[in-house]
Design a protein. Structure first.
Length: 201
């Protein structure tokens, strides 16, 4: 209950304080990338329940001759890269926190299609609300391998506390300022997760 109250108060305060910045970014997204300004996608929340995650749009809708969307790396413009590297694209997620879909700190919400691919241990990352930032984000972010990221997520589930959340938030600010670990080598963000190979008996 203390964590939820902390999340709610900080998110509401941040939305009020950052409202001019949100408006400016929204106008720039509309001008440079078109409509809609917001990217909405179903993501798994606590216990795997789906919710509509909000972000500022950072990619175009450019398609190939057959009508299929081009790969992310080809649709990610220089402006979109700036939004991601500065984490400005994540600001609408504050509304998800106000609604109770997310927390300030927790495992990042990934894709719904990954749910059946997790091992029983990896699936424990959904024992808590997903976060705007998390333990994995300050310990490598997208430069990590999937298995490393999931191990860090589960460590957070087992060790979460208000003091740890405040530490993670402070270190997140430093990561954003330094624009560190934005993407994996050769990827726009991260390669797709296809499951962890089983160890031989």
């Amino acid at each position: 209950m203390m964590k939820r109250s902390f999340d709610f108060c900080v998110a509401v305060g941040a939305l009020l304080l950052l409202s001019p910045l949100l408006l400016i970014v929204a106008i720039l997204v509309r001008t440079k990338l078109g409509s809609p300004m917001l990217f909405r996608q179903l993501r798994p929340g606590r216990n795997g329940a789906a919710f509509a995650m909000l972000k500022f749009r950072s990619m175009t809708d450019t398609r190939d001759a057959s009508g299929a969307l081009l790969p992310d790396a080809e649709r990610l413009t220089s402006f979109g890269k700036f939004l991601r590297s500065s984490s400005l694209d994540e600001l609408p997620g504050l509304w998800n926190i106000v609604r109770g879909d997310m927390s300030l700190v927790g495992p990042r919400p990934l894709l719904m299609e990954y749910l059946p691919l997790y091992s029983a241990e990896q699936a424990r990352r959904h024992d808590v609300r997903p976060g705007l930032t998390g333990w994995a984000q300050i310990n490598g972010r997208n430069a990590l391998q999937w298995e490393q990221k999931f191990a860090l997520d589960c460590w957070y589930v087992d060790n979460q506390s208000l003091w740890l959340d405040m530490k993670i938030l402070a270190l997140t600010v430093l990561k954003v300022v330094r624009r560190a670990d934005i993407s994996a080598d050769g990827e726009a963000t991260m390669p797709r997760f296809t499951g962890t190979p089983s160890l031989p008996d």
